[in-house]
Ligand binder design. Sequence first.
Ligand code: FNR
Length: 182
Amino acid sequence: MSKRIGILVGSLRKESFNKKIAKNLVEILDKKYSYEFIEIGDLPLYNEDIDQGNPPESYANFRNTLSSFDAFLFFTPEYNRSIPAVLKNALDVGSRPYGKSQWDGRPAAIVSVSPGAISAFGANHHLRQCLTFLNMPCLQQPEMYIGNVTKILDENGNINSDGTNELCKKFVQAFENWIEKF
Ligand code: FNR
């Protein structure tokens, strides 16, 4: 059966650069894979008090959705040199109840995107730290830092830089090889 890839984007913004880059990348995934963008904006902030016994429907649905994927591809902006709260919240919700984390053992990769020159390096590595703890084997090379993103997107949201397109192809190929190992 073809592997299913869950796409998580750490920005809720309609015109998010991360979403635009994500759309470019999923286009070049081999057609043998299926993928889905996973909604994370409607999850209440994680609170253990409401997660005893009967979890809120939104938490239960989210965990159920995560359980249907073989691998995850994360796109993250950088907020104050870390990952946006909405993405951390999704990681936290998916990681509970204790001992039943939906992330456990599933391969992953990270793309960080910023209009700034540092390419959301801080967010990329904070996210990597969380995924390490969550026991998600995370692709290490090639690293995917996309900086100065406004300069490489055309008015339709397509990447118009040959160098970046080449890197995207290499990254997607490496990610596909990576998820086949698990
Ligand atoms: C930012 N931004 C930002 N950029 C960056 O490169 N490093 C940073 O630490 C921050 N910090 C930060 C904090 C907050 C609260 C906001 C709202 C923004 C700018 C950020 O990269 C920019 O808004 C991107 O466009 C966000 O990504 P999306 O929404 O376009 O995907």
